[in-house]
Design a protein. Structure first.
Length: 281
């Protein structure tokens, strides 16, 4: 399959590499000029699929703007960023008007799983969109959840995931720094808590970043004000209060204001540590 891929960050590069390994022709596009190993050059008119794995709705829309009128009718646009359901529906309508298929396909699982083609994808779209995107889904994900027959439900499910993920990272940081105030080192914390009922996937994934003082940004702090902001907007429209989301969002905003926005999201622990007057590794 001939595939254009936009957004070669930690997740996107892993997905693009998985597509290349599966035997597809992949043309990578990223403002930093990076390319997937084994990538090719393709004209948009030759692309059967355009995968968009960028940061936000604005970047997603910009890529779609650049592709409308260039992709051949019948191609599929697969959008993977965390966006609102309303945004996904609007982009689907634009693509359909241009003779294209659109798959609302947010991703989850982290950079390591992206590199292995082992992501979870929460997707929604028409049967035709799923059929056209199936080779991409098969190469990049071990779990594909079909959420509905039009765009929107996929993004709604991703918002549910982001509530849990964002709150879990912040609560991990809070608990770890609380432990430090009581003489429990991050190393000891990570030895014991993963064996206890209070653990979570995010704790086990992000906790070692704090323990090892490795804040290489696989998922940056600044992602969370955006993603949890989307959650708040959706919740407000539904008439629901989100006190835990509000609390976590406040911590990510503090971390960003502290200059940590481009560090790994586990760096929110540094904000807790500064407030508590303790040192992390």
């Amino acid at each position: 399959m001939k595939i254009g891929f936009w957004g070669l960050g930690a997740m996107g590069m892993g997905m693009a590499n998985s597509l290349v390994r599966a035997g597809h022709d992949v043309a990578g596009h990223d403002p930093r000029g990076v390319k997937p190993e084994g990538g090719v050059t393709l004209d948009p008119s030759d692309m059967e699929a355009a995968v968009i794995c960028v940061l936000n709705a604005e970047q997603t829309e910009s890529v779609i703007d650049s592709l409308l009128g260039k992709l051949a009718p019948g191609a599929v646009v697969m959008a993977c960023a965390t966006v609102s359901p309303d945004f996904a529906r609007a982009q689907e309508a634009r693509c359909v008007d241009a003779g294209l298929h659109y798959l609302d396909a947010p991703i989850s699982g982290g950079a390591a799983r992206a590199q292995k083609g082992d992501l979870a994808i929460m997707a929604s779209g028409t049967d035709a969109a799923f059929a056209k995107a199936r080779p991409v889904l098969s190469a990049t994900a071990s779990s594909v959840y079909e959420m509905g027959d039009r765009a929107g439900p996929g993004s709604a499910m991703k918002a549910v995931n982001q509530i849990l993920a964002g709150v879990h990272i912040a609560s991990m940081a809070e608990a770890m720094v609380f432990g430090v105030t009581q003489g429990i080192s991050p190393a000891r914390f990570m030895e014991i808590i993963p064996q206890c009922g209070g653990t979570s996937w995010m704790l086990e994934n992000r906790g070692p970043h704090v323990r090892d003082a490795d804040y290489t940004p696989l998922s940056a702090v600044d992602i969370w004000p955006k993603d949890l902001g989307i959650v708040k907007e959706i919740a407000a429209a539904a008439g629901m209060e989100m006190p835990l989301v509000e609390a976590a969002l406040a911590q990510y905003r503090k971390a960003s204001a502290d200059g940590l926005g481009r560090e790994d999201d586990a760096a929110v622990a540094k904000t807790y540590a500064r407030q508590a007057g303790v040192e992390l590794p």
